[in-house]
Design a protein around this ligand. Structure first.
Ligand SMILES: [Zn+2]
Length: 245
């Protein structure tokens, strides 16, 4: 894995890329998605490899059943034998529990208030941007004692606004909700910039200075891209907090 890990005052962010796993084509190598047609044993192995590389206990990772909605759920433990809920944001006040988002072009949004000890992970594609999954995640965090002014935020590898071509009317619909998402492809057709929209929403919520990955998944050979390859793997982005001493 040539992914990366970043730590800010007790909050940790981890991002994978496509290398260092055991999956065969077209999921090579480090596919972490369990619902894309890859061999389940390979996915399990990859999740252990990624967790090990990031310094996370693979048994303490919380995954979501992402559905492009705006529901956020508070979680205290991994799901275990319980069904994984259909949500696009998970929030926890449990230190050491890692929250994970699966993406291949959509925007992984990681949030942490190290003072309150509250973290959240959200999956924001175009529908999630419009539906408001980012405000839902921040709201759920504040209900657990987080302060938006203290929240450290990162967005991971995602398709950029110059690559995300959409029909004209779809761009208009998205821009009606989030004007900053209005974009044009590098070849001059209507596009949506979900990353810009997510960052504008964060600023409006009082979460400033969010870091953003420079990687465009569609342009990077080191990342999975649904829009480029259709049948492909999923990247994972993780957030977790140090146990407080
Ligand atoms: Zn791009």
């Amino acid at each position: 894995m040539i992914g990366q890990r970043e730590s800010v005052s007790g909050a940790h962010f981890g991002f994978t890329d496509r290398w260092g796993g055991v999956s065969a084509a077209p999921y090579e190598e480090l596919n972490l998605g369990g619902a894309v047609g890859d061999d389940p044993g390979s996915v399990r192995t990859n999740r252990e490899l990624a967790a090990g590389a990031l310094g996370v206990d693979p048994a303490r990772v919380v995954w979501m059943n992402q559905v492009h909605g705006a529901d956020a759920v508070v979680v205290d433990e991994p799901w275990g034998d319980r069904p994984v809920p259909e949500v696009d944001a998970v929030v926890t006040a449990r230190q050491g529990l890692a929250l994970a988002v699966l993406t291949a072009d959509c925007v992984p949004v990681l949030l942490a208030d190290p003072v309150a000890g509250v973290a959240a992970a959200a999956h924001a594609g175009r529908p999630g941007l419009v539906a408001g999954v980012v405000p839902a995640a921040v709201r759920a965090m504040t209900e657990l004692g987080a302060d938006p002014a203290r929240i450290v935020a990162r967005t991971g590898p995602a398709v950029c606004g110059r690559c995300y071509e959409v029909p004209e009317d779809m761009r208009a619909d998205v821009a009606a909700v989030e004007p900053t998402a209005y974009a044009e492809t590098s070849w001059g057709t209507p596009a949506v910039d979900v990353v810009a929209g997510v960052h504008a929403q964060l600023e409006r919520l009082g979460v400033s200075g969010a870091g953003r990955s420079p990687v465009c998944t569609r342009e990077s050979d080191d990342h999975f891209s649904y829009r480029r390859d259709r049948t492909t793997g999923r990247l994972a982005s993780y957030v977790w907090l140090d146990p407080r001493t």
